[in-house]
Each structure stands twice: as C-alpha cells, then as structure tokens.
Design a protein. Structure first.
Length: 65
C-alpha cells in the first residue's frame, strides 16, 4: 500500500524541456515561490504560493537517470 494518492496522469516530466520552453509549470515551480516538504523516502509535497492544492511528487530513475 502506497502513502501517495493515485496519480492522475502518470506522465514523467522532462525538466530540461520544461525549463528550455519556459513553460507556465516551470515558472510556477520556482523553489523561491513554493513550499517543498519531504514525504516518505522518495516523495515530496509541494505547495505553490498561488495554488490551493498540494502536489505529491516522487523521484525515480529511468535508464539510470
């Protein structure tokens, strides 16, 4: 049983592409504008200053990256 809610889309994020395209998601995720808290061994809870929801994120490896 996982401590995380079920994912809504299950799509991985390409952080370099988000950064290079200067997407709205990238801009909103500025660590100076977000509260990031450790949640379990590989998870994080992220609350954005202008958002009402808590976002649950998990770090993972794909092809050793």
């Amino acid at each position: 049983m996982s401590a995380f809610p079920e994912p809504t889309d299950g799509e991985p994020v390409d952080f370099l592409e988000e950064r290079d395209d200067e997407t709205q998601s990238w801009t909103r995720a500025d660590p100076r504008e977000a509260l990031t808290e450790s949640f379990g061994r590989f998870g994080y809870k992220v609350t954005l200053r202008d958002g009402e929801d808590v976002h649950y994120c998990a770090l993972g490896l794909e092809d050793e990256e």
